[in-house]
Design a protein around this ligand. Structure first.
Ligand code: AMP
Length: 463
């Protein structure tokens, strides 16, 4: 399958990699001056037809590392015919999440502007119709999440029998997300003679097993040390009680003058709660997690990418693959249960050589998770004291109410507790006004009691 002689020494410019002029022109238009280390290593091997087991840190340019040689090797099939038969699927890229699939496809489109190769992206949570039309029209390259691709394959919308190139992107994540059975079913639909490349930010025994099963004599490429996070990311942590995390977050954002950050929570509920609390404080915040509709997720991400949203509150679904140029910081509002996810989260900052900041807020109940992270990345996080800056909301907020004297018998309530009270109140009002959303009367009663209990000691009168 040799197409071009491999360039074994480290290439310092793209021309050294012997990529087609159309591809070099596209790279030039992207403003890439020289290949990143993963690109220098992976591109010659892929051009030489080798299977690849590649470990690269997030943000190292790994998408181009597989997309450029893929396009180079497909360029002989480029044609402008309108007949679907002239555009069989020749390359398949599988990605774990819709966001990553969309992003990879966008990159492929940018890199192939000068080549008449057709591509599309298919993922779950969106209508089948448009995807079906695109697939039926014929495409050389399909980027897909596994489940939705199987839906199309089973509906005979897509034929995978001519696939020559298979890319498994973020393969470790696909395994974590339970895609192994789907992957096996997809692999059974592909020709056995093909080139397969597997990219993974971290290598586990499961990944090595997968590669042993589906890759042929793979060449191993490693640009990051095992399980390390990006070197150019400053990793700091603050010990903060759970109830004080919101204030701590806002203080750090202000003290470090952060224009944007992704704030990671462990659960969808925490993401929703934190997002609402930030919005209530006047911060432009958007929320992205797996229960959000696709259209909401795209809107949140778009707003963030355009700089309209300052803080993107996200669960780990957003930890992989999202590429936001020069994202200055990532917060671990809650540490992840899997230390590996820490590496993925903080890979969102300090991308492609820029410096980044990763801040972890460690609650008293998260010491064990912190120890796990430190063990995993093989270094301690720098523990800092909170900056001494009072958080200031970004947008106009109601003028503070005049304090009234606190009766001796009433304990003042922390602002964070008040936030919880307001949250519960909002949810209660919603539940009562939309009985379908919370049909359980006991639940509503419980919420009302919680609201009463929380509001009772407020040391302020209503204006
Ligand atoms: P990735 O790791 O594929 O998500 O890429 C991370 C970011 O690096 C993306 O914004 C790419 O556009 C960018 N990138 C990829 N290759 C290069 C390169 N050779 N020079 C500069 N930026 C690059």
């Amino acid at each position: 399958m040799t197409d071009n002689a491999p360039v074994l020494e480290q290439a310092t410019c793209f021309a050294d990699l012997h990529l087609a002029p159309e591809i070099l022109a596209a790279i030039d238009a992207m403003g890439y001056a020289q290949p990143t280390p993963i690109q220098s290593q992976a591109i010659p091997l892929m051009l030489a037809g080798r299977d690849l087991l590649a470990q690269a840190q997030t943000g190292t340019g790994k998408t181009a590392a597989f997309a450029l040689p893929l396009l180079h090797r497909l360029r002989g099939f480029a044609n402008t015919s309108t007949s679907p038969a002239r555009h069989p699927v020749r390359a398949l890229v599988l990605a774990p999440t819709r966001e990553l699939a969309i992003q990879v496809h966008d990159s492929i489109v940018s890199y192939s502007t000068q080549l008449p190769l057709k591509s599309t992206v298919v993922y779950g949570g969106a209508g089948m119709k448009e995807q079906t039309v695109a697939l039926r029209g014929g495409v050389e390259i399909v980027v897909a999440t596994p489940g939705r691709l199987l839906d199309h394959a089973e509906g005979k919308v897509v034929n995978l029998s001519q696939v020559q190139f298979l890319v498994l992107d973020e393969a470790d994540r696909m395994l974590d997300m339970g895609f192994l059975p789907d992957l096996k079913r997809i692999l059974a639909l592909l020709p056995t003679t093909r080139q397969t490349v597997l990219f993974s930010a971290t290598f586990s025994d499961d990944i090595l097993r997968l590669s042993g099963q589906f890759l042929h004599d793979p060449q191993r490429v490693e640009v990051a040390r095992r399980n390390t996070a990006a070197e150019n990311v400053e990793q700091v942590a603050y010990r903060v009680a759970g109830a004080d995390k919101l204030d701590a977050l806002l203080r750090i954002v202000k003290a470090r003058a952060l224009t944007q950050a992704i704030v990671f929570t462990r659960t969808k509920v925490s993401a929703d709660t934190l997002g609402r609390q930030l919005q209530k404080r006047g911060v432009s915040a958007a929320i992205i997690h797996g229960d959000k509709m696709q259209i909401e997720r795209i809107a949140a991400l778009d707003g963030f990418k355009k700089g309209e949203v300052q803080l993107l509150v996200a669960t780990d679904i957003a930890a992989r693959g999202l590429d936001i140029v020069e994202l200055p910081a990532v917060f671990n509002y809650e540490l992840p249960y899997h230390a590996e996810d820490y590496v993925h989260r903080i890979g969102r900052t300090g991308r492609a050589g820029a410096s980044g900041l990763a801040v972890s807020l460690i609650g008293p109940d998260e010491e064990r998770l912190l120890a796990g992270v430190e063990r995993f990345i093989n270094r301690p996080l720098t523990i800092l004291d909170l900056p001494d800056t009072a958080p200031r909301p970004q947008m106009s907020t109601p003028a503070p109410r005049a304090p009234v004297s606190t009766p001796a018998s009433v304990e003042p309530v922390k602002p964070a507790v008040r936030d919880v009270a307001v949250d519960v109140a909002v949810e209660s009002v919603q539940a009562i006004s939309q009985p379908d959303a919370a049909p359980n009367l006991a639940y509503q009663r419980g919420q009302k009691q919680a609201v009463c209990a929380l509001f009772r000691p407020l040391p302020e009168t209503t204006p």
